[in-house]
Design a protein around this ligand. Structure first.
Ligand SMILES: [Zn+2]
Length: 500
């Protein structure tokens, strides 16, 4: 038996100015493939790790035509997309008894709103009948072509995403059972006209906690797979928003029934998916007034610029307010600013340097721009930026921040990186000689994923609404392509667009 396993993963923020070319999908010349990819992903807490486990246990011959994942950013360049799709379609046309795909579900390219659906459609052109499993992120925006062309689609149940490997394993095992003739996956899907704020999508918080618990309960009762996708609202495309895919064993009526139950439940709680915004000045003042605690640092979340949703990682408003209000003993992760890194490298460790930090990437999709912060400080450390991930998300993988500098400005230490990385693992500080638990404040460009590695070491969380393309203030961006009416952009209180 020959199984093709491939990854083509990108969450596209259509408001982000960050270019998504092929180089962004790899730290090498080209994206990973073949045995090198196998060795890197085997045993890791990733979708690829989950698929490899299932396929290797089955004793299959495995080929990996491409394993490409890029940090979230703007629409994928056409040549990058064609390269990845070309590799996968070529493999699908060769010896291939089954295909297992690690996709995101919110990939938008310069030419296609539904990057994943277009891939699946092209695979079907060369191999109409091959069984095909697809694992998707909870932030997928589902289009019909994904469901129409896949044999089984499974989505994560957790945000932060700590169940990537088990999601792919579930999809892979259902596919293997189907290959053995033991099950016939039948899928029903639909969406609700709502764009939940990402800040309200965490699975520790109601209502997504309850929705995902219900999905897991149904799976424990024997339903093949129940996936509720909260969707990715920072994509101005027709099908952005919340959706559900249910797979039963040859019982389409039951699949549709469960789909409707979950869509109805999410819709009923739509108001609870709306994030209430606190003005930045008040958030920072609230943090400043907190007494020092033995329970750990106060986290200041610069959540409008979180990298794992396509943030440029270079907006300066939150750090500027921290400096303006005089907070002391702060460690900051981080700023993407290769020019500032170069200036620190040129100055050398231990020396003083003046940099113009951040505010470099114009954000034409945003109503308000960010401006650079003029800072003078001392270069504390220069690093190659590599460290091993130790937390549940991506455990076993090496995180690459690119050449990284730590700039100390008074009692504020700022990590400046050359590759976009969300701070979810305390290793992002420790690998730079900063002990996060010893600081009074940590400023993180993160909104939910920080919970994996930082929540348990923090005394208090303060959410800071700065500026950026991950804004929870939808009035800062223009939606032209998403289907209307949609909640909360429009005052819809009846669900006019029922599924199917
Ligand atoms: Zn996600």
């Amino acid at each position: 038996m020959h199984i093709v396993i491939a990854q083509m993963s990108h969450e596209t923020n259509t408001f982000s100015p960050v270019i998504t070319d092929l180089a962004r999908f790899s730290r090498r010349e080209r994206p990973l493939s073949g045995d090198v990819a196998k060795d890197i992903f085997r045993g890791t807490a990733t979708c690829m790790g989950g698929y490899l486990k299932v396929a290797e246990e089955a004793g299959a011959d495995i080929s990996i035509p491409v394993a490409a994942g890029a940090p979230p950013s703007g629409p994928v360049e056409n040549d990058a997309y064609e390269y990845m799709v070309g590799k996968i379609v070529e493999a699908a046309a060769g010896p291939c008894d089954a295909i297992m795909l690690d996709l995101h579900g919110a990939m938008v390219t310069k030419s296609f709103e539904d990057g994943e659906g277009e891939l699946l459609r092209r695979i079907r052109e060369v191999n109409p009948d091959v069984p095909m499993a697809v694992a998707l992120d909870m932030h997928a925006n589902i289009f019909p072509a994904i469901v129409d062309n896949a044999t089984i689609v499974c989505g994560y149940h957790t945000y932060p995403h700590i169940d990537m490997d088990s999601t792919a394993e579930r999809a892979g095992r259902i596919l293997m059972a189907h290959l053995a003739g033991d099950t016939k996956p039948t899928m029903a899907w639909g969406n609700a006209p709502m764009l939940p704020h990402v800040m309200r999508q965490g699975t520790d918080d109601y209502p997504n906690s309850a929705l995902q618990e219900r999905a897991k309960e149904l799976e424990a009762e024997g339903v093949l797979s129940v996936s509720l996708f909260t969707g990715f609202p920072h994509a101005d495309i027709s099908e952005a928003g919340l959706s559900v895919i249910v797979a039963t064993d040859d019982d389409p009526a039951r699949a549709a029934e469960i789909r409707d139950e979950l869509l109805d439940a999410a819709w009923e709680d739509r108001q609870k998916f709306v994030y209430e915004i606190e003005p930045l000045e008040e958030s920072v003042a609230r943090a400043k007034a907190l007494p020092a605690s033995d329970d750990g640092p106060v986290l200041l979340l610069d959540h409008y610029d979180n990298t794992a949703s396509g943030g440029t990682m270079d907006t300066t408003e939150v750090l500027a307010e921290i400096i303006r209000q005089g907070l002391e003993d702060v460690a900051v992760f981080g700023f993407f600013d290769p020019v500032a890194v170069d200036a620190c490298v040129a100055a050398g460790v231990g020396n003083e340097v003046s940099v113009s930090l951040g505010g470099k990437l114009p954000m034409p999709a945003l109503a308000e721009q960010s401006s650079p912060l003029e800072l003078t400080g001392r270069v504390k450390l220069i690093s190659d930026g590599n460290f091993p991930a130790t937390v549940a998300m991506s455990r076993g993988m090496t995180i690459g921040m690119g050449t990284t500098a730590v700039l100390s400005v008074g009692s504020i230490d700022i990590a400046i990186v050359s590759r976009h990385v969300e701070p979810f693992d305390p290793g992002c500080f420790r690998s730079l000689g900063i002990e996060p638990t010893a600081r009074r404040y940590l400023m993180l460009k993160s909104r939910i994923h920080y919970r994996v590695g930082f929540r348990d070491i923090a005394s208090t969380i303060v959410e800071c609404a700065g500026r950026g393309v991950c804004t929870s203030d939808y009035s800062q961006v223009t939606f032209e392509n998403v289907r209307r009416p949609i909640f909360p952009l429009d005052g819809v209180n009846t669900r006019e667009r029922l599924p199917d």
